[in-house]
Design a protein around this ligand. Structure first.
Ligand code: NAD
Ligand code: MG
Length: 399
């Protein structure tokens, strides 16, 4: 019998986390390698976390929310499973021995645990794009120094990663990220002025967590992904393009210097890139959804409209500015998306908050040493969030 692969899932109760455990079960059901789970983590959804723990029997289960520890203990009473809570417990969980750590916590809250796992030499399957945006070069260097491997889970970056000539990066001219355009692709700015959180999270192709759904609606998600691609594949901003592709079948493309363009395709389902990351550099068979190109008939493309979706241009500006700017972009966007979901901010003001926060914070001098890049990014994150909150409050008062 083959040895089981030991996996930790950080953010197991979220959209990507749930899909990860489902793909693992599907690979096992198809006769593939068995998995063992070292760690599962969640936050508020204790019922789901406990259910996952009973199914997978991890060594350790952590909730980020310390006020829910007793509830988690009660839910797993009698099970031989260690239980813990809080941000430090998350970091300790992330360094438990595992062959693969799926980092699928949402937002900058996932940074410390992803950073910790990166230092262990494990395979880091990274869904948490925000940690790459906040300290991408240092995170990559940390994985390399520890002898580990970084495998992107974000579908666009998985696509590029799968076709990228890793041993000959100089043969790449540029990468082209595809974007669905989100639920408001065809709306005017006047129409977008009054959209509700319910409309923003109703994505036409992808079923995702609330924050990334809002990011897709503003296209800040594609902005974050431009920065993510720059750091993952060592490319400057002017070699990263975005094209809107409403069907979400081509997940991204790599244009070579000789004019050849390579693309990766698949159904718009995160389970495909998750399965890829779980088995990389191998491939695992499972009962995967497949493409039916004849039935699809056609694929369409259009240029992104930065007038209607200014977050794209702001992200490019942050990437070009470098230094702390990408972390500021991320923090301001997270604060603004949260405020929109809480009905404290109008949809169009999300990008306005990011813009103003970038202008106010980016002059700030922050030391960024390689060893402390995570700590520095978190300090920048805190400053930018405070500033964004001030801007949000001012906007709310003026509304
Ligand atoms: P989600 O909101 O569905 O799940 C988030 C997970 O993080 C949950 O397990 C939650 O318990 C945990 N969490 C939330 N706040 C936390 C905190 N403060 N501390 C610790 N844990 C916390 O999010 P998602 O849609 O699964 O996205 C997860 C990550 O994957 C994000 O970075 C997102 O950008 C990225 N991603 C998601 C998709 C998708 O289809 N959902 C696609 C590409 C990339
Ligand atoms: Mg994506």
């Amino acid at each position: 019998m083959r040895a089981a692969r030991r996996v930790s899932v950080l953010g197991a109760t979220g959209s990507v986390g749930v899909s990860t455990l489902e793909v693992m079960a599907a690979i096992e059901a198809a006769g593939g390698e068995p998995f063992e789970v070292e760690v599962l983590t969640g936050a508020g959804n204790i019922g789901r976390l406990a259910g996952q723990a009973r199914r997978w029997r991890p060594r350790l289960v952590v909730t980020a929310d310390t006020s829910r520890l007793q509830e988690l203990r009660d839910a797993l009473a009698g099970e031989p499973i260690e239980v813990a809570a809080g941000a430090d417990a998350l970091v300790e969980a992330a360094v438990r021995p595992a062959d693969l750590v799926m980092a699928s916590i949402v937002g900058a809250a996932g940074l410390r645990s992803a950073w910790a796992a990166a230092g262990t030499g494990t395979t880091l399957a990274l869904a948490n794009k925000e940690s790459l945006v906040c300290c991408g070069p240092a995170l990559r260097a940390r994985v390399d120094a520890a002898g580990g491997r970084l495998v992107p889970v974000d579908s666009e970056h998985s696509a590029i990663f799968q076709v990228f000539p890793h041993d000959r990066p100089e043969t790449v001219a540029k990468v082209i990220l595809t974007a669905s355009g989100g639920p408001f692709r065809s709306r005017t700015r006047a129409e977008m002025a009054t959209v509700t959180p319910e409309q923003a999270v109703a994505h036409p192709n992808w079923s995702m967590g609330a924050k990334i759904s809002v990011d897709s609606a503003t296209m800040a998600n594609k902005g974050l992904e431009m920065i993510e691609a720059a750091y993952l594949f060592d490319l400057p901003a002017d070699r990263i393009e975005v094209v809107v592709h409403p069907e979400s079948i081509i997940h991204s493309l790599v244009e070579m210097i000789d004019g050849s363009t390579l693309a990766q395709m698949g159904p718009p389902d995160m389970k495909t890139p998750i399965a890829c990351a779980l088995a990389w550099p191998g491939r695992a068979a499972w009962d995967a959804p497949k493409l039916d190109l004849a039935r699809l008939g056609r694929l369409t493309f259009e240029a992104p409209d930065v007038e209607r979706f200014p977050a794209l241009a702001l992200a490019r500006r942050a990437l070009e500015a470098g230094g702390v700017a990408p972390a500021v972009f991320n923090a301001a966007n997270e604060a603004a998306a949260r405020a929109f979901l809480d009905r404290r901010l109008a949809f169009l003001n999300i990008a306005a908050v990011v813009d103003q926060t970038l202008q106010r914070v980016c002059g700030a001098e922050v030391e960024f040493s390689a060893e402390d890049a995570c700590g520095a990014a978190l300090r920048v994150d805190a400053v930018a969030r405070d500033t964004a909150e001030t801007v949000i409050t001012t906007m709310a008062a003026a509304a």
